[in-house]
Write a protein that binds this ligand. Structure first.
Ligand code: SAJ
Length: 419
């Protein structure tokens, strides 16, 4: 019996215990697998092994605590042998918005020496077309005794099974979303489907690895392009002194129109990143996708251009900046336009006092912590003290605020919640 497996419970090593790896590890462990989670962050590993979680995601902590207590989930910094590997490492971009596959490469090099043949390696990380092949090539280069040729004792099976869960709803969507499964060789896709069926009730959509890779990027680029349309409308409407929120609501009464919401920009580690992988792969054919990225990336600057001239006219100005996360009701600050806006405000307005409010964190990220004119504070106090109130994230705390405290304030509502 391969390491960790029992006749009833397949063994799975999940490489990367981040926003996708950890919930996936926990849900697998609670659904019949023996799971070992691997991460280079020893603190995160220790936290998980004590039944706690290193970041907030609704309902995740209970599942982690339960599965760790039952012995079905444990974390480690050393990659173990397992029948199944799920690679859920970051795929950031490097200079020139080119995909950085170095974490996938490292994972491959760590898995390679452990393989005995007949294992299944699933790439979950959002990746440009060809990344599953790259992972397979990395492993086979280190282990020429193994093969992709199906059906031999030394075959290793590879599939791409992109995650599509929405932060804030991960534990629900892992179980309910449909799953795209892309096969690189042999029965890899079917084996991946059988494994994911332990917890996923959605439909399984079978294809090849490259199509699966591009499908994930396509979903996020679709959303990015649609948000860019809303953001462009917001800039057009601003110039015409038209309320964009009313405009969109009116247009959305058309049976075939469904415009998304403008905001201060697009954040998170998915939608603000993944479309660039398409642009990098097919630069000549992706002008719309590239322009959408640029429109969304220009929105923080547009917000700053509104606020800074007003702020400069008030001596000793105080600005309440409500929200730092990249979207509502989470503590995730990755690629957050709100965080970028607060940082640039602090830079451009050294004399201003910036009262940052983020109810989901206890301390400012380092680049803001190091600024003498930015403090982390609480909602009502910040608003009462401020001359300018800048709403950047539609957290429940701000949406449900008694708006009477906004009287006499200069208000910039980038999310349209106080309309
Ligand atoms: N946003 C707007 N206006 C909108 C909707 C979103 O400005 O109308 C902004 C948000 O404020 C945020 C950014 O877009 O800054 C992204 O938020 P999101 O909720 O659209 O998406 P993510 O990044 O949390 O998750 C996306 C999801 N993809 C799609 O909806 C196509 C999720 O299903 C993916 O699993 C995830 O990316 C991922 O990991 O790729």
């Amino acid at each position: 019996m391969p390491t960790g497996s029992t006749p009833e419970r397949p063994s799975v090593a999940v490489i990367g215990l981040g926003y996708i790896g950890l919930p996936t590890a926990a849900v697998l462990a609670s659904s019949g697998a023996e799971v070992i989670g691997v991460d280079i962050n020893a603190d995160a590993v220790a936290t998980i092994n004590s039944g706690l979680v290193p970041f907030i995601e609704p309902d995740m902590e209970t599942t982690v605590a339960g599965t760790v207590a039952q012995g079905h989930l444990r974390a480690t910094t050393e990659t173990p042998h397992a029948d199944n590997y799920i690679v859920a490492v970051p795929t950031p971009f490097k200079d020139g918005h080119k995909p950085d596959l170095s974490y996938i490469e490292t994972a491959g090099k760590q898995i390679a020496p452990l393989l005995k043949g007949n294992e299944l390696v699933i790439l979950e990380s959002t990746s440009p077309p060809g990344a599953t092949e790259f992972l397979a090539d990395t492993i086979l280069a280190a282990r020429p005794d193994l093969t992709l040729e199906p059906g031999t004792a030394s075959t290793v099976y590879f599939a791409h099974c992109p995650e599509r869960v929405l932060p804030g709803r991960i534990m629900i969507e892992l179980r309910t979303n449909d799953r795209i499964v892309g096969t690189l060789n042999g029965e890899a896709g079917e084996r991946a489907r059988d494994l994911y069926q332990l917890f996923c009730e959605g439909e399984f959509l079978m294809t090849d690895a490259r199509t699966a890779e591009l499908s994930k990027l396509t979903e996020n680029a679709y959303r990015d392009v649609n948000i860019a349309f809303a953001n462009e409308l917001s800039m057009i409407a601003d110039g015409l002194d038209i309320n964009v929120w009313e405009l969109i609501e009116l247009a959305n009464h058309h049976p075939r129109v469904n415009i998304l919401q403008p905001g201060p920009g697009v954040g998170g580690h998915c939608i603000a990143v993944d479309p660039w992988f398409i642009v990098a792969t097919s630069p000549e054919a992706s002008s719309l996708i590239k322009t959408a990225r640029e429109v969304n990336d220009s929105k923080p600057g547009f917000v700053l251009d509104k606020v800074i001239p007003q702020a400069k006219r008030i001596s000793g100005v105080k600005i309440a900046a409500l929200g730092l996360a990249f979207k509502p009701n989470i503590d995730d600050l990755r690629e957050s336009p709100a965080r970028q806006i607060v940082n640039r405000l602090a830079d451009k307005l050294p004399e201003a006092t910036i009262l940052a409010v983020e109810p989901n964190i206890d301390e400012l990220p380092s680049e803001l912590e190091s600024r003498s004119n930015v403090t982390l504070t609480e909602t009502v106090g910040a608003i009462e003290e401020a001359d300018i109130v800048l709403l950047l994230v539609d957290h429940n705390e701000f949406v449900n605020l008694d708006q009477s405290i906004l009287a006499q304030k200069i208000v910039h509502d980038t999310r349209g919640v106080w309309n």
